[in-house]
Design a protein around this ligand. Structure first.
Ligand SMILES: [Zn+2]
Length: 147
């Protein structure tokens, strides 16, 4: 992993987490004492669940801001319930990054929308190849029936 050798020790990680918490935008900015008490939990949770102290984590902790009455309580809960960070996803067919969907039955891996909505493979236009594909499918079926 890039930067692996730069990983700070636990004390540094807690200090960095505290600094990160204090850098959160209002109304999420915790009191210094609160930041200190949350930093250890955040450092441990982030390390265990694959987060770095960056924009994605900031968004995870401060996103979905509607209907929140107590930001400190929500921040604390979000840190304690930090989910595993989803790996950066790429389309299982064409490798494009971005928003992916699970196309059940087409691919075990998530696909980008163009891949998920287009047919799995271009049908052959060669009649002989089509006939061969049909014969092959029939043979496979017969084999399955004999079992
Ligand atoms: Zn794709």
């Amino acid at each position: 992993m890039p930067g692996e050798h730069l990983r700070p020790g636990p004390a540094d990680a807690v200090a960095a987490a505290e600094e990160f918490l204090l850098s959160l935008p209002a109304p999420w900015t915790p009191w210094p004492q609160t930041a200190r008490s949350l930093a250890l939990t955040l450092a441990a949770a982030a390390q265990a669940r694959g987060w770095t102290l960056g924009a994605a984590l900031r968004e995870q902790l401060t996103g979905r801001p509607h209907g929140i009455r107590s930001h400190p309580a929500v921040l604390s809960a979000r840190i304690r319930q930090l989910p595993y960070r989803p790996p950066p996803t790429r389309c299982g067919a064409c490798g494009a990054p971005g928003s992916l969907v699970h196309a059940n039955g087409q691919s075990p891996r998530p696909l980008c929308v163009p891949c998920a909505t287009s047919p799995a493979g271009p049908p052959s236009v060669d009649p002989a190849a089509q006939a061969a594909a049909v014969r092959s499918a029939i043979r496979t079926d017969r084999r399955a029936l004999r079992r």
